[in-house]
Design a protein around this ligand. Sequence first.
Ligand SMILES: [Zn+2]
Ligand SMILES: [Zn+2]
Length: 413
Amino acid sequence: MPALSAIRGFKDILPGEASLWRLVEEKARDVVGRFDFVELRPPVIERTELFRRSIGQSTDIVEKEMYTLEDRGGDLITLRPEATAGMVRALIEHNLHEGGRATRLFCLGPMFRYERPQKGRLRQFHQLDVEIFSDPGPLADAEIIVLLYTFLSELGLPDLSIVMNSLGCPSCRPSFRESLVAFLSARRDRLCPDCQRRLAQNPLRILDCKSESCQEEVKGAPTFSAFWCCACQDHFQAVRSALGELGLPFRLDDKLVRGLDYYTRTTFEVRSGDLGAQSAVAGGGRYDGLCRELGGPDIPGIGFAAGLERLIILLSGQPPRPKGGPDYYVAILCPEALGPAFGLVQRLRLRGLSVAADWEPGGLKSRLKRADKAMAAKAVMIGPDELAAGQATVRDLSSKEQTRLPLDDPAAY
Ligand SMILES: [Zn+2]
Ligand SMILES: [Zn+2]
């Protein structure tokens, strides 16, 4: 019978890579903690309707990329393709926004999209998702951008830059959209088939179409900035001033739009120089209309998602960081030492020490080799002499110094 392999687009994160993953995840938790965010862990499966309503019926995600199935009760359920919808659903369901303060939440975990797998893009991928609810002001926008920038720069990503745009609001966006549709309709024949379809359903997305002919056609298109209402102008100006205050490198790009329908005003990406054409490592924006869209109260929101796979690729190109081995390797040198060694290992682990061992007796030389391979700081050797004295020989593997310590007193280690 042939051995089974993982599903296409789904990847094992092997022990050799997991340390880098942990480093990224720990840095994420560290930074969001310093920025006063708390964790929300929504389930990875939600009703299909949630994503249809939040992401929008006519987006690529909902049309082509969702993992949707009918459960045994006949309900349509979907593996989450992104985190925001579930966060907003939970916010409304549990009234997390009550209390008069902004609600600051993050979520870290896997998302699922049926896309063509390629480097850095998998069907199960992982995101850090950070959201501020109930704060409509521009400083919330600036703070979330600063958080993302801090996270990426503390990870050590090179050449970071922030790209921003404002997508306007329900009072000024319709006239921009109208003028854009008029401009593009005159050029319909020269747009790619996807964009011809987008023209009716999601015309803003044509602005960031990757096809060369579309990029050529949108060059002279109307720009958002000419249509911003006064409130949108002031808001965006305040975001830029706050970032300028910190001296962060940002630039404006009036072709920067987001794939999802519910975004309003500030939208942004952070790019890293090393990734070539696919340089965006994370992005997000404001989505003041989403909560109401999902049947909740009128709660403004802003957030971002950072794909961890891309960060891992960028970081794995850098010189490896020294990997720490266990504090102790316990070498069992005779069969009689098995029981006492098993007890000592557990007592040391209870004291918070990391301990490795092989559960079979072996020669001193081969066991010290194992201790070196495990990169342990010290080896604990237990043979007949030690057993007779109720002690273990402890050798510091870098200085080669040896001492004897009692077998039953873990505090001595
Ligand atoms: Zn506006
Ligand atoms: Zn196109």
